[in-house]
Structure formats: C-alpha cells, structure tokens
Ligand binder design. Structure first.
Ligand code: ADP
Ligand code: MG
Length: 134
C-alpha cells in the first residue's frame, strides 16, 4: 500500500552537514520526497509534537535538543513507507542500530539520534498535518 510518513532531520544532522546524505538514502530506498520544509521549532511546537513523551524523564532534554537549531521536516511517500522508513532509520539508540541505517551512520547517542520517523500510519497522518497543514 502506498503510504505517507513524516521524517524530521534533527538539529544534530543539520549541524553535521548530513541533510543531503539522509535525503539521498530515502531516495535510494525508493521513498519519494512529497514535501520538505526547513524551520526552527519553537519550544511550544516541540512540546506539542512530543506531547506523548511529556511524562518521560528525558522530555525536557528532548525538547531542548529539538529547538537547538533548525530541522528539516519531510513528507515521504512510497510502498509501506511508515515501516520502510523505520527500517532505514534504525533503532532509537544508535549504538543498537543496524549497520547502514541512518542512526548508525549519523546518530551520536540516544538523544542525538539524527532523525525522527512516524511510528504508525495513524501518527504519520497527524505528524504530516502538524508540519504541512494546508
Ligand atoms: P523513536 O524516535 O525511535 O520513535 P521514541 O518515540 O521512543 O523513539 O522517543 C522519541 C525520542 O526521544 C527519541 O528519538 C530520542 O531522541 C528521545 N529518547 C527516547 N528515549 C530516550 C532515552 N531513554 N533517553 C534520552 N532520549 C530518549
Ligand atoms: Mg517515536
């Protein structure tokens, strides 16, 4: 099934000059860039985007990191895009991510882990709307 999913190239990857490398991995995997936007999230936007994690001990650090510099939000489309993107991203902790995944290649640690990816079709719709509401 053709699906859409949301990627966020996180501030560490922008600082590390890896926007192009990451977009290239998506395109090589057959995911099409439908929409793309560079922006700096406000604290309120980051808190809202990650509201599901608001009770977690790492929430404040996560929000601080996500507003520490610009990010690139990308709507990706392709067959099975949600799961395919999660596979290309790799595990949340780069130390546990498979060889060749984005987080293995470009993530430094669990809190500087290079990219965000929607975890379900339902959340993908919500997250795409968050960045690309028409
Ligand atoms: P994922 O991004 O793989 O979907 P989660 O949704 O569980 O992972 O967490 C969201 C983000 O919060 C992660 O990408 C990571 O940046 C951060 N995070 C998750 N777990 C931890 C943790 N134990 N310590 C620090 N940061 C974490
Ligand atoms: Mg998640």
């Amino acid at each position: 099934m053709v699906e859409q999913t949301l990627s966020i190239i996180k501030p560490d990857s922008v600082r590390g000059q890896n926007i192009g490398n990451i977009v290239s991995l998506y395109e090589q995997a057959g995911l099409t860039v439908n929409n793309m936007k560079m922006l700096k999230l406000t604290q309120a936007q980051a808190e809202s985007f990650y509201a599901i994690h608001s009770e977690r001990p790492f929430f404040n650090d996560l929000v601080s990191f996500m507003i520490s510099g610009p990010v690139v939000a990308i709507e990706l489309e392709g067959d099975n895009a949600v799961l395919k993107h999660r596979e290309i991203m790799g595990a949340t902790n780069p130390a546990e991510a498979d060889e060749g995944t984005i987080r293995k290649l470009y993530g430094a640690s669990i809190d500087n882990n290079a990219v965000h990816g929607s975890d379900s079709l339902e959340n993908a719709k919500i997250e795409i709307e968050f960045f690309f509401a028409s």
